[in-house]
Design a protein around this ligand. Structure first.
Ligand code: 0O2
Ligand code: 0O2
Length: 271
């Protein structure tokens, strides 16, 4: 394959990565809205570089004409989660999807690699609609916690620098660092409920604040100026005091004031 052929060969993979990134980012915001908690922290994706594809093909002894099936991570998606439990949940959501099908899975969390690497991998078949018709491409989805990702990113760059000759002492220290990341994940799991409660109450508060401010603006729209000013002052005071139950009551009072304002504006229109 010359340069131009590679460009064409990679097109469906580029499309697959772009589409999959959008789909998983959308899944993230949907879950955040539905469950007030996002098991997905962030999503990245990339198409493997040609040099890395060629290197991997040589290492795995894959002939050029079998690269499509032989190299499974030309299209790569990474999903980062807060907690180890989230990884199982996200994996199940992927298994249930109708727009891709799981070919097989590799659980490097239960069976972590000698290097210390931990992640959950899923190889999926993903159909892309191209100008020439449908093409099914393979994609690798790596699901990991933030701690696993921190370790893997740094280890990956060190391996890149040293190639296969990573000094033994660095290798040992990396293994110890992987254990530390494992302990960190376990610690985070053990205080998961507290963390989730805190995140939910933060989400709760920001939603209430947003509602209160937009309701106050709506009162101006109905020309209820004095009322709006009065609510704004009450809001300022509660905000200063960080009084969440007070803000909640203010939100209810605002809902009531707006429905009254709407009713009086409707009856004024009728007259
Ligand atoms: P490499 O691995 O060095 O050859 P966006 O703004 O959403 O379009 P984002 O989130 O800023 O994109 O980041 P992007 O471009 O998706 O990914 C940035 C880097 O993350 C890549 O750099 C990869 O190193 C790594 N990466 C992201 N997803 C994957 C994945 O699924 N598999 C692997 N192996 N690496 C990933 P490079 O230089 O493009 O690639
Ligand atoms: P890149 O640069 O990340 O794209 P292999 O084990 O490589 O012979 P296989 O079966 O494809 O062949 O590999 P595996 O181990 O199931 O998963 C491949 C990808 O997982 C790697 O891609 C890495 O992204 C990640 N990975 C696997 N082991 C390690 C590890 O020890 N450290 C880090 N940091 N990442 C790992 P590539 O192809 O290495 O390239």
């Amino acid at each position: 394959m010359d340069g131009r052929d590679w460009g064409k060969f990679l097109l469906p993979y580029e499309q697959a990565v772009e589409e999959l990134k959008v789909k998983f980012k959308t899944l993230r915001s949907e879950l955040k809205k539905r469950e007030e908690y996002a098991p997905i922290e962030f999503v990245t994706g990339r198409v493997k570089r040609i040099s890395s594809i060629l290197e991997k093909a040589r290492r795995l002894d894959v002939p050029r004409e079998h690269i499509e099936r032989g190299i499974e991570d030309i299209a790569g998606i990474r999903i980062m989660c807060q907690f180890v439990e989230d990884i199982r949940y996200v994996a199940q959501l992927i298994r249930n999807r109708k727009d891709m099908s799981v070919l097989y899975e590799k659980d490097y969390i239960t069976n972590f690699k000698d290097s210390g690497y931990r992640s959950f991998h899923m190889i999926v078949e993903y159909p892309v609609q191209t100008a020439l018709g449908q093409k099914i491409v393979l994609a690798e989805i790596q699901i990991r916690t933030l701690a696993m990702n921190f370790w893997a990113t740094i280890e990956h760059s060190l391996n890149y620098k040293y190639r296969d000759s990573l000094p033994d002492d660095v290798r040992d220290r990396l293994k110890k660092a992987a254990e530390a990341a494992f302990i960190l994940d376990n610690e985070m799991t053990s205080i998961r409920h507290e963390i989730l409660d805190a995140q939910r109450s933060f989400e709760d508060k920001s939603k209430i604040v947003q509602n209160c401010l937009s309701f106050i603006q709506e009162l101006y729209f109905y020309h209820k100026i004095t009322e709006a000013i009065h609510f704004q002052l009450r809001f300022n005071e509660l905000w200063e005091q960080n009084d969440l139950p007070g803000l909640r009551r203010l939100e209810e009072d605002l809902i009531h004031a707006i429905s009254t304002a709407k009713r009086s504006s409707r009856s004024a229109d009728d007259e």
